[in-house]
Each structure stands twice: as structure tokens, then as C-alpha cells.
Design a protein around this ligand. Sequence first.
Ligand code: URA
Length: 243
Amino acid sequence: MERLQKVIAHAGFASRRKAEQLIIDGQVKVNGKVVKELGLKVSATDRVEVNGIPVEKEEPIYFLFYKPRGVISSVMDDKGRKVVTDFLPELKQRVYPVGRLDYDTSGLILLTNDGEFANLLMHPKNEIQKVYVAKIKGIPSREKIRGLERGVQLEDGKTAPAKAKVISIDKKKQTAIVELAIHEGRNRQVRRMFEAIGHPVMKLKRESYGFLTLKGLNVGDMRELTPHEVKQLRALATTKPNN
Ligand code: URA
């Protein structure tokens, strides 16, 4: 069930504000009857018309994007920087990112117009495993890596158990590449976790989201999810743990 003004706006008829005005002005019918009530919720089976023109419900659409660094996880930026939707093909639907990656983080991010699906994936209760690869300053001791896994104290609380693995070290440059798998999705969490153990992140990439990876994609590439992948993601979010 969706609010009438949202259905009209999503179908591309008008902005949310204008859609509200259309309703107030008596230009909207639901199942043949004029509706002037703003809060009304309609379902997929309700027939919505604006001035006699049927409002088509948007087809849900799902994309996997390999976000480059230097791109905002948003549909708009007031400073004119590149945003994730700049990389989409021309679409009728308005899609938006599921969660966010920092401006300086590259990697896997999903985009959709399916709000219910996005909320399901982002709900803290259903947090899906995300694997990050970080280039960090210094070479972490085994104890520090253990600390990451057990959980570190951040200003918004201790992090949940995670998995961490040192992939390589560069003794000369005093840097290391570390893989970190987490289930939470707090703001700048990975950067803050490494900061907390004294090894600031120099470069960060999200390699996977649940079972989805960047395999076969180059940076800046976008592909549609298959219906099977969408189904599997829904199942993953509703069955825990060990995703
Ligand atoms: N953690 C971060 O610190 N940054 C991201 O972009 C994602 C997770």
C-alpha cells in the first residue's frame, strides 16, 4: 500500500507537492471516484486516474553499480559533483541508492525504485554481510586485527563481531591491505574502525554485498540484477544469520 500522492509522483505525473495539489483540486480518481483525501493509501489493484488518464504503476527495477571514487551516493548534489544516477541509462523510473558509500569509497552499491526492497535490505535487523578491502597506513599487529574482529569502541557504540584478514603488507611503504567483513552499516564505519585501531584508511572499496560481487564489472559499470538475484536478496534479508 502506498500513499496516493506518492503513486502519482512515482509514475512521473508530477512532483509530490504537485500531486497533492492535483488531489486537493479534485483531479484524481481512485476506482472511478474523486478522492480529495491526501493520506489515502492505494494498492496495486486500485485504478488511479489523473484527469481521466490512468496512472501506470512503475515497474520495479534493480541495478548493481561499481561506483568509482569521487561520486556521491545520491540522486542530486548541490555542489554539482557527479552522482550515482549519472551513470544510469535513460529511464522512466526514478531510482535511488540502497544505503550509501562515501564519496571517496569505490565499489558495489545497489540502486532501485523499489522502496520496500531498499528498506528491507537496509533495516538494521536484516543487515547483510558487506566485504570491504582497505589500504591502511602502517602494518597492523595480529592483536589489532583480533580487536577489529571482536569489536571496537566507536562514539556510537561498540561494533558487532566482524571478520578481518590481512591480504598483503608493504614493509617499505609501511602500508597493508586488509579485508574486513561487517554486517552493520553505520556511517563511515570501516574508516572509523581502522582509525580506532590506529591505522587510518588510505583507500577503501566495497567488494561484495551478500552474495553479490563486482565480478565482470569495470569501475563505472552498471548492470541490472536478475529476477533470481532479487529473490535471493529478499530471502537473505529475511533469513538470518550467516548471510
Ligand atoms: N564504511 C566506510 O567507512 N565508508 C563507506 O563508504 C562504507 C563503509
